[in-house]
Design a protein around this ligand. Structure first.
Ligand code: ZN
Length: 219
């Protein structure tokens, strides 16, 4: 039997045949929110100036005990956006504490902040895995990150010729790899097919491996 497809991070609704995680930003959720059966919530660094971070952390702590909340995120650090970096850092560390307390992996947004994350991984030695979403770093950074409990998720960028995501994809260890649609309105299966060709791996083997990765992180 073929393994189910996994969409590790999406802002769209998952279709029934695909397993994965629907991601919500804390500033967009309400008290009366109807949650899907597998989701994540986080404080996104882009919206940090629009929210009361302490309040959001309290809200997130409350939600975190829900068994259907599979991960915290997306959350992270973004050095390319005009938001106070110290506030981003503080919010990320607080979310990491919640993740550790409730044993939930983190879905990590990173822009030009790999050295910050390497510092955090070394200092905090988190027990929960970091899943770097939209991964597109170079081999040097990949080598440094691999030493830690981290996974790498790639999206539709891999299909853009000579994109950074496409260039790094062949180097990501297959047991640390995930696929995501993120905001892309497309079928996750296209990403699997593309990657199976690029890496010269049988599509069913790839599906088995990604499903195995999913189970190792979430079950
Ligand atoms: Zn996203």
């Amino acid at each position: 039997m073929t393994s189910p497809l996994i969409d590790i991070h999406t802002h769209n609704k998952l279709i029934d045949s695909v397993l994965g995680i629907e991601s919500f930003s804390i500033d967009k959720v309400s008290f009366y929110q109807k949650w899907p059966k597998s989701y994540s919530v986080g404080i996104h660094p882009w919206y940090i100036h629009e929210i009361n971070v302490d309040q959001a952390i309290k809200q997130l702590t409350y939600i975190a005990s829900d068994a259907n909340l599979k991960a915290i995120g997306e959350c992270g650090l973004d050095r390319a956006i005009a938001r106070n970096f110290d506030n981003q850092y503080h919010a990320f560390i607080e979310q990491l504490k919640i993740a550790e307390k409730y044993d939930k992996p983190l879905i990590v947004h990173n822009v030009r902040a790999y050295s910050d994350f390497l510092g955090i991984l070394k200092k905090e030695k988190p027990a929960v895995p970091f899943i770097f979403h939209g991964f597109n770093a170079n081999q040097d950074i990949l080598k440094k990150l691999i030493k830690h409990n981290v996974y790498f998720s790639v999206g539709a960028e891999i299909m853009k010729d000579n994109s950074k995501a496409q260039r790094i994809l062949p180097h990501i260890p297959i047991n640390r790899l995930f696929f995501e649609t993120d905001e892309w309105i497309g079928n996750i299966e296209e990403l699997y097919l593309f990657a199976s060709k690029l890496r010269g791996i049988d599509i069913d083997k790839l599906r088995d491996q990604i499903y195995y990765n999913y189970k190792s992180v979430f079950v």
